[in-house]
Design a protein around this ligand. Structure first.
Ligand code: SF4
Ligand code: SF4
Length: 325
C-alpha cells in the first residue's frame, strides 16, 4: 500500500515530504525545525516549491504522481544496472576465454591486454535535406549564442573549457608516450567511430566551437561559418549516427570538430591511457554495439572481430559478418 502523502508532515517523521525517503542525519539538521523536511534532491525541492501555487489538494495529488514516476524511474535504473553488471560479467568471462585461445595459438607472444571495443560500422545512407536543415538550424542557433559572449574566455564557457583542458592533457600525455598514442589511434580505426552515434544532426557542436573561430576571425558572418561545415557534409553517412560519420571516418577536419569530439575517449581507452606501464600488445575484442547503446535492452552483443595490436599496427585474427543489434 503506498505511503500516505503528507502535505505538512511533522518534522519528526524523518522522511522526505516529497519522495518519502528516509532522511540522513545531515539532511535532518539542514532542514531545521520549522522547515518541511526534504532530502537533498533538487527535484524534491522543486516539487515542494509548487505547494504554494497549487494549494493542498492539488499538491497532494501532484506529490503522489511524482512518487509514482520516481518509482518507475528507479525500477528502470535498477533494471539497467542489473543488465550492466550481468553483461560486464559475461563479457569478462568471454574475454578471458578468447585471451586463453590467442595465448594457446601464439605462446611466444607477451600476454596481450584485452580491450572491449564497440563497432561503429553501419550501412551508409544518403544524407537527406531534412537532416541538413536540422544541422543548419542547430549551427546557426549555436553561433547566435556564441555571439552573445565577448570571447571564449567568457565565464559562460567554464564547463566547455574543461573539455578543451582534457584535450590538451591527453595531447601532452601522447607527446610523452607515442606508443600509447599509436595504440589508441589503431583502436579507434578498428572501432570506426562506435562513439559517433551520439553526434546525430548536431555533431556535438556548441557555442564554444564558434566563439573560438570568431575570436580568431571576428569579421566572419554566420553564413561564412555555416559554409565551413556545410561543405563537409558527405553525400552518404552511417545510418543512425552523426551526419559527418562516413565509412572513411569523420568528414570534418579536427580543427572544425567540437571540443567534445576532440577530447572524447571511451572508458576502455581512458583506462588504457591511465596505465602507468608501457603499452604492450593489445587484444581488441569488438562486439556489435554502439558505444552509447552498449547496455540497452535487447540481444546480448556478440563478438564480431578480434585483432592484435602491436607497435600501433593492427592484425585481424578473426572476423565475423556484423549483425544489426
Ligand atoms: S573512443 Fe572508443 S568508442 Fe570512440 S572510436 Fe575510439 S575506440 Fe571507438
Ligand atoms: S563530428 Fe566526427 S568525430 Fe564528432 S561525432 Fe561526428 S563523426 Fe564523430
Amino acid at each position: 500500500m503506498p505511503a500516505p502523502v503528507p502535505v505538512h508532515p511533522p518534522h519528526a517523521a524523518q522522511t522526505c515530504a516529497v519522495c518519502d525517503r528516509s532522511l540522513s542525519f545531515a539532511e535532518c539538521r539542514h532542514a531545521g525545525p520549522a522547515a518541511v523536511p526534504l532530502c537533498a534532491s533538487q527535484e524534491c525541492h522543486w516539487v515542494a516549491a509548487q505547494q504554494a501555487r497549487l494549494g493542498p489538494f492539488a499538491y497532494a495529488s501532484f506529490v503522489r504522481r511524482h512518487r509514482e514516476s520516481l518509482a518507475r524511474r528507479q525500477a528502470e535504473e535498477a533494471r539497467r544496472e542489473a543488465r550492466h553488471l550481468a553483461q560486464v560479467a559475461f563479457e569478462s568471462r568471454e574475454s578471458r576465454r578468447l585471451l586463453a585461445r590467442v595465448r594457446a595459438e601464439a605462446p611466444s607472444l607477451p600476454e596481450p591486454r584485452p580491450i572491449n571495443l564497440p563497432d561503429g560500422r553501419r550501412p551508409e545512407e544518403a544524407v537527406s535535406q531534412a537532416r541538413i536543415d536540422r544541422y543548419r538550424a542547430h549551427v546557426l542557433a549555436q553561433i547566435d549564442i556564441a555571439r552573445r559572449a565577448d570571447s571564449s574566455e567568457d565565464s559562460d564557457f567554464i564547463g566547455d573549457r574543461g573539455t578543451l583542458q582534457r584535450e590538451h592533457e591527453t595531447a601532452a600525455r601522447f607527446a610523452h608516450a607515442p606508443a600509447l598514442a599509436g595504440c589508441c589511434d589503431a583502436l579507434c580505426r578498428l572501432c570506426e567511430g562506435g562513439c559517433c552515434t551520439g553526434g546525430a544532426d548536431h555533431a556535438h557542436l556548441g557555442p564554444l566551437s564558434f566563439r573560438l573561430q570568431l575570436d580568431a576571425e571576428p569579421e566572419l558572418s554566420d553564413e561564412a561559418l555555416w559554409d565551413r561545415y556545410r561543405v563537409h557534409i558527405p553525400e552518404k553517412s552511417r545510418s543512425g549516427s552523426c551526419i559527418h560519420h562516413t565509412a572513411q571516418g569523420c568528414s570534418l577536419a579536427r580543427p572544425l570538430r567540437s571540443p567534445t569530439c576532440n577530447a572524447f575517449y571511451c572508458l576502455e581507452l581512458r583506462a588504457l591511457q591511465a596505465c602507468e606501464d608501457p603499452v604492450g600488445p593489445v587484444l581488441a575484442i569488438q562486439r556489435n554495439y554502439g558505444h552509447f547503446q552498449r547496455f540497452d535492452p535487447g540481444p546480448r552483443p556478440r563478438v564480431v572481430r578480434l585483432a592484435l595490436i602491436e607497435s600501433g599496427e593492427a592484425r585481424w585474427i578473426a572476423t565475423r559478418r556484423p549483425r544489426e543489434r
